[in-house]
Design a protein around this ligand. Structure first.
Ligand SMILES: [Zn+2]
Length: 461
């Protein structure tokens, strides 16, 4: 899929040179009325923000702790400023709203509901009713019932006696998971939700640029793919979601004209870079998704050889990568960087971009990410990270970008990563992983071998 685009770009470049040359040789001539478009790719951008983990009891924040109200205020200010200056076509929140339990305190559902309400309301009012569409992706902390709980909770609020329901019921009547859009695409001229997902489980699809915009957003709830998930009928609901994803991808590919897909999820597939060490330094990394979750015979195009949730997922999406799927975003690690999704032969199939956290809980700096894409096909071109140099500071630091840190100049983000060696990929992630903080390098030096290993996602993990 990349060759024709390169040829087109080369053609446009040559056409541009020809026009410039002809103008130079006849400086007094009237400028051409129907001049060809400039050769540069016309891009647009969306903003991604994730993992606020608000602890609304505390003011300021520190490394290793959740977001206090001071940092949350600073992050909202930065988000508002970035919406004004970068004019994103949409904003997406990639999951995890409330504080974590700590060793001394287990968060109650009432406390979790309070944090969830504050973050949903804060996001909504920061974007503003005249602002861009705002989407939400389910995170593992967002079930009011508890970490890795079901998206819709049947347990009851002791104050009202009613079930907690979904996180959205803490900010009722606002249209979540889409703010500044329509609940149905029928007759809609702006961002809209497509039916077909299951609101009970939090996954859905949408048209962020409107039903004629050519871009379908598929939001997954990958919390139900993890070993920590405690909702009921896990293998059935996981397989149902996978079948639904396969159908969404087929619908996008079969549309006239074909639609591009942006895939968003909170818990990424692959290896957890922080899961080793309990049995010693030679421990194998654990998978982020459950390695024992068996969906054999339960999902869409199931075959006998693909039954782990990871293999079933990769078998579902790989036929669509670099054709229908034009970008993937994930969160959960709280770290910057990207993943390389490979096939069984080690060939790069997709690049998944990691959205860093607002919370400095993993000793990272608070950050918000801007992703630019080609307006003609929605393929990711670059990303830029805006960050605060410490949890008490404003986001004053000059942002850094994938292109700058990798020094690559291929047409798309995928082309850039494709052209890099495994070592070069790890080096870029290393430079971005901790959002350029000096604190962590000094106090908690990470295990770079494990992190380099965790960049690679392939079947059979
Ligand atoms: Zn988180």
């Amino acid at each position: 899929m990349h060759e024709p685009r390169r040829r087109l770009r080369t053609f446009l470049s040559l056409a541009f040179v020809a026009v410039v040359t002809s103008c130079d040789s006849s400086a007094q001539a009237t400028p051409a009325v129907n001049a060809p478009p400039p050769p540069a790719v016309v891009s647009n951008a969306f903003l991604a923000i994730s993992d606020v983990h608000l602890d609304n009891r505390t003011g300021w924040s520190q490394y290793g702790a959740d977001t206090g109200t001071g940092l949350w205020h600073t992050a909202q200010k930065e988000l508002g400023a970035l919406i004004s200056t970068t004019k994103p076509t949409f904003v997406i929140y990639v999951g995890d709203l409330p504080r974590h339990s700590t060793g001394s305190h287990s968060v109650t559902p009432t406390e979790r509901a309070g944090d969830v309400k504050d973050v949903l309301q804060g996001l909504r009012t920061t974007v503003g009713s005249a602002g861009p569409p705002l989407f939400y992706v389910p995170g593992n902390n967002d079930s009011i019932e508890g970490d890795y709980g079901p998206f819709t909770s049947d347990s009851t609020d002791p104050k009202t006696g009613d079930p907690w329901g979904t996180p959205f019921e803490q900010d009722p009547g606002q249209g979540w998971p889409l703010i500044n859009g329509d609940a149905s695409c029928s007759g809609s001229t702006r961002a809209c939700l497509l039916s077909g997902g299951s609101s009970k489980h939090g996954y859905y699809s949408a048209y962020p640029l409107g039903s004629q915009g050519g871009l379908r957003l598929i939001v997954m709830n990958t919390v139900m793919f993890t070993s920590g998930y405690f909702g009921s009928d896990q293998s059935t609901v996981a397989a149902d979601q996978l079948t639904w994803v396969g159908q969404q991808l087929a619908d996008a590919a079969d549309a006239t004209p074909p639609e591009a897909v942006l895939l968003a999820m909170h818990v990424p597939p692959g290896l957890d870079a922080h899961s080793h060490g309990t049995q010693g330094p030679d421990d194998d990394l654990k998978t982020t998704w459950s390695s024992s979750l068996d969906v054999k015979g339960k999902w869409g195009s199931s075959t006998a050889s693909t039954e782990s949730i990871l293999d079933a997922f990769l078998a579902t999406v790989y036929p669509h990568t670099q054709k229908t799927i034009r970008g993937v975003i994930t969160a959960h690690t709280h770290m910057d960087g990207f993943y390389t999704w490979l096939d069984g032969n080690g060939v790069l199939k997709e690049v998944a971009v990691s959205i860093p956290a607002v919370t400095p809980g993993h000793d990272n700096n608070p950050a918000i990410k801007l992703i630019t894409y080609d307006v003609t096909n929605f393929e990711f071109l670059d990303y830029r990270t805006y960050f605060a140099p410490n949890p008490q500071s404003s986001f004053g630091k000059i942002p850094y970008s994938f292109r700058h840190d990798s020094n690559r100049h291929e047409a798309t983000l995928f082309d850039c990563v494709s052209a890099m060696s495994t070592a070069e990929r790890a080096a870029v992630v290393r430079s971005q992983y901790l959002v350029h903080t000096q604190y962590v390098f000094k106090h908690h030096p990470p295990d770079w071998n494990k992190i380099s290993e965790a960049i690679v996602v392939e079947p059979g993990l």
